[in-house]
Design a protein around this ligand. Structure first.
Ligand code: HPA
Length: 270
């Protein structure tokens, strides 16, 4: 694995020019944040050695290098989901490569279903913590001390400093944000009413099928993480609307102006 990471990082270094310091993973329907990256270099996943290839509708599958808010960024347009059949090593491989290229801070975004009764479709939730309900931890198996410790602490999965900065930006720019705990599940089924209820009772505010593996690997590598969920549907025992992938994408697109305003300012000021 170490050799693969090195090989991929060297290939990308040769193609991308300057070293990136900030990594961004763009979730479902949030891909247009890339319009705000200048001097872009697009590298399709299929050209990158050792990279898995994304298959899901709505995920374009490019690595994008460029400048945003005075920073060199490396953005993933489309991520690898566990439900697609990738193993956890593949799902988290790009984060390993980011770290190897010098990225110290990771911004992640996703679409999620809201269980918190105060939430509305279109809300932007700053992730304050997560609950890992994937059947496998991405760090299972041999630990490479070069990448991080055997038993990493998860006391501050999402940087408190970056959360405080998001709060400040939301106040300054008059952006409505909410805070919450993200529950990461394998998917690909959306939840039953009882499952949404269960996730709420155990302390979750939103549920989705991504993010947790990448954040675990980023924290293993001691990267600072900031995450947001766009609430694209609501779930619970009194809610009868049926979520669909199309609706999730549409709601994520509608929330785009808020997400872009927050993310642009976060990149600039972090
Ligand atoms: N559940 C799981 N994943 C999701 C949801 C949901 O309701 N909405 C968007 N991604």
């Amino acid at each position: 694995m170490l050799e693969k990471i090195k090989q991929t990082a060297e290939y990308l270094n040769a193609r991308c020019g300057q070293k990136p310091t900030l990594g961004i993973i763009l979730g479902t329907g949030l891909g247009t944040l890339v319009d705000y990256i200048d001097d872009k270099i697009y590298i399709p996943y299929k050209e990158i050695p050792n990279f898995p290839v994304s298959t899901v509708e709505g995920h374009s599958g490019n690595l994008i290098f460029g400048n945003m808010g005075g920073k060199r960024v490396m953005a993933m347009q489309g991520r690898f989901h566990y439900y697609e059949g990738y193993d956890m090593k593949a799902v988290t491989f790009p984060v390993r490569v980011m770290k190897a290229m010098g990225v110290e801070t990771l911004f992640v975004s996703n679409a999620a279903g809201g269980m918190n009764k105060e939430f509305r479709v279109g809300d932007v939730m700053v992730i304050t913590d997560h609950i890992n309900l994937f059947p496998e931890n991405p760090l299972r198996g041999k630990n490479y001390e070069e990448l991080g410790p055997r038993f990493p602490a998860m006391t501050e999965p999402y940087s408190k400093k970056l959360i405080a900065l998001a709060d400040k930006i939301a106040q300054d720019e008059n952006i409505r944000i909410v805070h919450g705990v993200y529950v990461g599940t394998p998917g690909p089924t959306f939840e039953t009413p009882a499952e949404y209820e269960y996730f709420r009772i155990i302390g979750g505010d939103a549920v989705g099928m991504s993010t947790v593996p990448e954040v675990i690997v980023a924290r293993h590598a001691d990267m600072h993480v900031f995450g947001i969920s766009v609430i694209t549907d609501l779930g619970g025992k009194d809610i009868t609307e049926v979520p669909s992938h199309e609706e999730v994408q549409k709601a994520a697109l509608n929330a785009q102006p808020t997400v872009v305003a927050l993310m642009k300012n976060m990149v600039h000021r972090c």
